[in-house]
Structures are given as structure tokens and as C-alpha cells.
Write a new protein. Structure first.
Lengths: 148, 359
């Protein structure tokens, strides 16, 4: 890593120390494979390709997760207490959360389906228009040929 | 004969945008020098809240003896009008974002950028003088066959930031956490995904009590913005805040709550927010690219060839190492003295006299 601090190249000392510390951070950040990560959208070839990829990624992500997660704690006794308290609250309210998550997930799925239906309808319409234009152009060419 | 007016033409106008900011600063200087001076932009590209500061292109009229300044960063109706103006023409080159950044997200905009790059050489041949807002941009023009491009660094006006910070923003982020701040357009060349990845390591392994504040318009590339939102959600980062466009008071508040300013942009003509952050006393971490080193001077922290984990460690160092923070802070104060004591008016007049000797 190149590192300049206040105009001085500190890659060899500060930079090297930070790089050593950084080597401790291992593992995957994203639960998705690279092909299913949001960053795969950067590979889109154009706007249409982007939309297709985006809709596919949306279909993979419609649901809310109600799984437990590590609750971060502030330093000190108060922080530890608060973390435990939040943990208990989470367990107490979970039956409500799960019900709401189920409802929200159902809505999300229906919304995604409606987008899919619209996309399919738009695609069919474009294909039909393209076909009509082709037919008209062929007719026009025939008429021009006959006229000349 | 002295020109009567020095008008400016821009592709779009919005308060907070770097080019609009420069146009306003130049207008102030021109008016102080006794010239009639207005800013013009295509009507549909003038942000509603900025309408009082900028006029539509349809109102633009100039005579042969006057001076027109055209700010160039993208092909637009403003450029066409600028080039057809009978006035003496000065083009200020703000760089054109390489179109390949936009291809996955906005094919039409990528096309406009391609067109702007294609037309640049011809445009340069039709103006009386070319100024670039950084030496990096001037070097690019040099390669395109404009060896006489003069450097007129992007103007910084601190007045816009020296406002009482927006209390709503201060209140929103009142719970003390380490705040990493990015300010700028949400555009693909800014590579904000790199910043989010580095922040994810920082948040998960170094400082769980932390936020990433991303402040800037999402209108440049909505598809890119959507990708970033999806990516932040994918990483489970509920402390990444997309704050969109901020008012000057809002911006002052974001700088006030920030522990450091960071940008991983891969293409910058200059990068004014770095200077703003330094002015606001916020330590700056920036990727070494384009005009960024010029904007930084010998101040702040420049990084390159880094992994996200390494950048996360740099965030950690600036947030937790008081000595490093002090060193960076002192360097930035020195840099700001240079920026604020710059004889802008004299520089402008000197360059103007080269085009118009009697001014």
C-alpha cells in the first residue's frame, strides 16, 4: 500500500504496520457469491442488461431476515447491560417480528412478480412493434422498387 | 476597448456543485471588477433552489467585444451556444469523466461523455483561450493538442461553509460514534463501493460504533446509487447513511460530526470536497488519483494500491491515533493558509489580460 502522510511517503513504516494489521482481517464480508453480489451490476453491458441483472438480484433478495445477529456493545458496564437488555427484548418481540416479516416478504414477492409481468409485457410489445416495423419496411422497399 | 460583460455558460447549475461553485466565485470577481456578469445554463438543468443565481440559456446575449467563459465537462446545449457566441471565448476545462465508468449504469450519459471527449479537440480550436482547473487537467489538454492551456485552480469560497450547522443533521448523528464522511456526486467514477467495503471491515473488526455518511446527489447515476444501496444492505451495514444532496448548512453539519473525510474516487479533475473538509478541520484520506494530489498539496493522507482491509486500518489509525491526527491536522491547516491566501483576483486578471490585453 502506498501511504503518504502530510506530504511524506510513509509506505515503508506506517503503511507496512497498517498492512500487517490488515492481514488479520480475513473471511468473506458478503453472504453472496461474486456472481450474485450487487457489485456484479458493474459488469452490465448496457442499460437493458443492467435492468435484467438488477431484477435477478432483486428476486434473490426479496425477504427480510429475522435471524439473530451479534448486538454491538458500547464500552463499559452500561454498554454490556444494554446489550443484554436488547438481547432479551429481541427474544420477547420475535414472535411479532416474524409475523410482520412474513407479511412484508409476501408483499415484496408480489411486487417483484408484478415487475416481472410488466417487463415481460413490455418485451412482448417491443418484439411485436419490431416485427411490424420490419413488415412495413419490407412493404416500403417493394413499393419503391415497383415505383422505380 | 474594455469588454462590457463577462458571462459564463455552464452545462447545469446547482448550489453545492463544484462547477457551479466556481462560476459563482468568478461572477463575484467579475462584478467587483466592474463587469456585467451572469451565469447561464440550459433551463431544464438549473436546480429549482438555484434559479435566482442562474439564468436560462435563452436569455444569453453578448457582443463581439465581450468575454464568454464556457465551463466544459460534458457535451451540452451550453457548449454549442458558447462556441457560436461572437464574444471572445475562454474555455475552462474541468475534465470529462471517462465514459467507461458510466457504461454499466447509464448508456446515454456514457454517450454524452464520449461525444464530449470526441468534440473536445475541435472545441479547443474554436476558442481564444483555454484554462484548466488543475495541472492534471492541463496535462490532459496538452496531450490533446492544446499546449497553451493555463492552469487556473478550482476556486474555493469558504463563506458557503461558514454557516451555523443544520441542527437537524447534528441531532440525527448526536449519538457519539466514529463518523467516516464522503461528500460528492454519487457517480461510478467515485468508486464508493470501495469505500463501503473498507468501511465494512472497519465497522466489523475495528470500530463497531461507527457510521459511514455518504452525502451527495444521487441524480448523476440512479442505477449506480441503487447498486450501492443494495451492496450496503448485502453487507448488513445498517450504519451506512445515504444522505443525498445537502444544503450549505447541512454540509457544515456533516463536516462537524465527521471524524474523517474519505474518498476512493478513481477519477478526479481536482476534488473540491477535499479542500472543504480541510477547511472544516476534518482529517482527509484520499486515493492518489488525477488532480487529487494537487488539491491536497502536502497535507492529509493519500493512499493507493490498497486492499479494503488496509484502508480500514487507515480509518482506524486516523480515528484512534491522536499523534497522527495532530500531524494531519497541522498539515491541513498549512494547506488551507495557502488556499485562502491565494491571490485569486490577480490570477484571474493576469490570465484575462492574456486574452484581452486592455482589461
Amino acid at each position: 500500500m502506498y501511504l503518504s502522510i502530510a506530504g511524506n511517503d510513509r509506505s515503508a513504516d506506517v503503511g507496512a504496520t497498517l498492512a500487517r494489521q490488515a492481514a488479520r482481517h480475513q473471511g468473506a464480508l458478503s453472504p453472496w457469491s461474486p456472481g450474485d453480489s450487487a457489485l456484479s451490476l458493474k459488469e452490465s453491458r448496457n442499460a437493458a442488461d443492467y435492468l435484467e441483472r438488477f431484477c435477478r438480484l432483486m428476486r434473490l433478495r426479496y425477504s427480510l431476515s429475522t435471524e439473530s445477529f451479534p448486538i454491538p456493545a458500547r464500552p463499559g458496564t452500561a454498554g454490556t447491560f444494554l446489550r443484554k437488555f436488547k438481547g432479551v427484548l429481541w427474544k420477547l418481540l420475535r414472535y411479532q417480528h416474524d409475523r410482520m416479516a412474513f407479511q412484508q416478504n409476501s408483499i415484496n414477492e408480489l411486487v417483484i412478480s408484478s415487475i416481472d409481468f410488466q417487463q415481460a409485457a413490455a418485451r412482448r410489445k417491443v418484439e411485436s412493434l419490431e416485427q411490424r416495423i420490419l413488415t412495413l419496411e419490407t412493404e416500403l422497399a417493394k413499393l419503391r422498387k415497383a415505383g422505380s | 476597448m474594455k469588454p462590457v460583460s463577462i458571462h459564463q455558460l455552464v452545462a447545469g447549475f446547482a448550489l453545492g456543485d463544484a462547477i457551479s461553485h466556481e462560476a459563482l466565485a468568478l461572477r463575484t470577481i467579475c462584478r467587483e471588477l466592474g463587469y456585467a456578469s451572469e451565469i447561464y445554463a440550459p433551463a431544464e438543468r438549473i436546480a429549482p433552489e438555484s434559479a435566482g443565481e442562474c439564468r436560462p440559456l435563452s436569455e444569453y446575449i453578448q457582443a463581439p467585444g465581450d468575454v464568454a467563459i464556457g465551463h466544459y465537462s460534458i457535451a451540452s446545449a451550453a457548449t454549442d451556444l458558447f462556441l457560436s457566441s461572437p464574444a471572445r471565448k475562454i474555455l475552462i476545462y474541468h475534465n470529462i469523466t471517462p465514459p467507461e465508468f458510466f457504461i454499466p449504469f447509464d448508456t446515454a450519459l456514457a454517450g454524452q461523455l464520449t461525444q464530449a471527449r470526441r468534440e473536445l479537440k475541435d472545441t479547443l480550436s474554436r476558442v481564444d483561450a483555454v484554462w484548466a482547473d488543475s495541472a492534471f487537467n492541463a496535462a490532459e489538454l496538452h496531450d490533446l493538442g492544446a499546449p497553451h492551456a493555463k492552469v487556473f485552480p478550482l476556486l474555493f469560497q469558504p463563506a458557503g461553509l461558514d454557516l451555523p450547522p443544520d441542527p437537524a443533521v447534528l441531532s440525527k448523528f448526536s449519538v457519539p460514534m466514529k463518523n467516516i464522511l464522503f461528500v460528492g456526486r454519487i457517480a461510478p467514477n467515485k468508486c464508493i463501493e470501495d469505500l463501503i467495503t473498507a468501511f465494512a471491515w472497519f465497522h466489523k473488526n475495528i470500530e463497531p460504533q461507527s457510521r459511514l455518511l455518504i452525502v451527495g446527489s444521487d441524480q448523476s447515476a440512479p442505477a449506480y446509487y441503487a447498486m450501492l444501496k443494495m451492496y450496503a444492505a448485502e453487507l448488513g451495514l445498517d450504519t451506512v447513511f445515504f444522505e443525498r444532496f445537502a444544503s450549505p448548512a447541512g454540509l457544515a453539519a456533516y463536516y462537524q460530526v465527521a471524524d474523517c473525510f474519505a474518498t476512493t474516487s478513481r477519477h478526479e479533475g481536482y476534488c473540491l470536497p477535499l479542500v472543504e473538509a480541510m477547511h472544516m478541520g476534518v482529517p482527509v484520506i484520499a486515493r492518489r488519483t488525477g488532480g487529487t494530489p494537487e488539491a491536497m498539496g502536502n497535507a492529509g493522507i493519500l493512499v493507493d494500491d490498497f486492499s479494503p482491509q488496509e484502508l480500514a486500518e487507515v480509518f482506524g489509525a486516523i480515528c484512534h491515533d491522536a499523534a497522527l491526527k495532530q500531524t494531519v491536522h497541522a498539515s491541513q491547516q498549512k494547506r488551507m493558509e495557502e488556499v485562502l491566501n491565494r491571490p485569486v483576483r490577480e490570477e484571474f486578471l493576469k490570465l484575462l489580460r492574456e486574452v484581452f490585453p486592455v482589461t
